[in-house]
Design a protein around this ligand. Sequence first.
Ligand code: ADP
Ligand code: MG
Length: 458
Amino acid sequence: MTNEQLWQTALGEVELNISRANFITWFRDTFILKNKDGLVTIGVPNGFSKEWLENKYNKLILRSLRNVSNDIKELKFLISANSSSPIGPIEKIAGDHHKKSQIENQTQTFKELEADKETNLNPKYTFNNFIVGSFNELAQAAAKAVINSPGEAYNPLFIYGGVGLGKTHLLQAMGNEVIEKYKRKKKVKYVSSEKFTSELVNSLHNGKVEEFKEAYRQIDVLIIDDIQFLSGKEKTQEEFFHTFNFLYQKNKQIVLSSDRPPKAIATLEERLRSRFEGGMIADISQPDMETRLAILKCKTTEKKIIVSDEILSYIAVNVQKNIRELEGALNRIIASKSASLTNPDLTMVAKILNDIINSPKKLTNHKNIIQAVAEFYDINATELINRCRRKEVVYPRQVAMYLMREELKKSFPFIGEKLGGRDHTTVMYACDKLTREFEKNETLQQEINLIKERIYSK
Ligand code: ADP
Ligand code: MG
């Protein structure tokens, strides 16, 4: 099999796993430079693609290649121009398109249609259907202050919280309200950090970087969602930093969201971190029982469907993790033919929601913990397991030790052996230190909760 055949086969599988847009953006102009002794070197057109493929698609690529040839053990990415074909193998694959990606594609364009092309704002997210409780009132108040005086109140506004707790909803509602309040006089743009990066890479590809920069510099309110994905992508961070500074100096408003506070984004450049921390940081935590009920009521009103209070309370009591899941549970009940919505049989309701509600804390093992910690801090799991003493690894390793102790009740020697072959006294010290810190350090508590969320959601 030639390198080209190998790559085409692997790309065929990669394509099935990601959206068409991402596929084109990141895999265009890639090819196999070398395949020797289990190490495959992939040629990529520029530093952005390199970072993105390394950070995000490494596993998927390796898996796809290994499905073709089991001898492949490792990947390397190298910036290099493709000598053979300027378009690369993508076009060839596009011919015998797989069904799944076509379907994925259609649903994606369908979703995109709902949002405004220029602002990326979806009118369905408003403050009218955003329920406020103690869990999110700081974030909501900060958002309102920003809407009243963009660029002046809090800049940047940094909102963080776990998945499904309403970050995107709040950010989008802000954008929509700015447009309405200022009668379209203020230019608003919402993007995910992934989209920001892919636009940047595409502009590089098409020789339109200047247009890209210029477009961003026209914006009055720039909203970037899920900024944690910039972690480890130095080139994108660099470009973002310039855009950020430009807008900031012109008193333009920047709003950011992330699943964790700036401090906890491991490989965020120091200058960006301090910029983020220079504004207002507001968190969104988990809604309490009453708020969950209020949210459910709001959703049924929106859908114009009557659901008995009994059912709503049942859901609110039992589904606690996040708002997305709360909505999911409600939708299931509405969709099911077997439960009456107004005259409910709660055992039926319980049955339908069984797998959402009764997933007791799943059993986990030390490997899951190591994996989740590594992902959270954006480092390599092998670094945690090895003797690596880099500063960026030492702290996450201590967190992993703490979690293995707390969650698995493993012995100190066992933990030491699994994490860098450390002596049990080192583990004891780490667990002790973190236990004490956990009591008083709110950031650590949040980090641990977010990591646990990862461990048990797998
Ligand atoms: P995140 O971006 O934090 O992962 P989302 O903003 O996507 O979460 O929210 C998940 C779902 O929950 C969305 O459908 C959203 O409309 C809904 N939602 C989140 N927060 C609220 C809220 N405070 N009131 C009503 N619905 C909410
Ligand atoms: Mg979101």
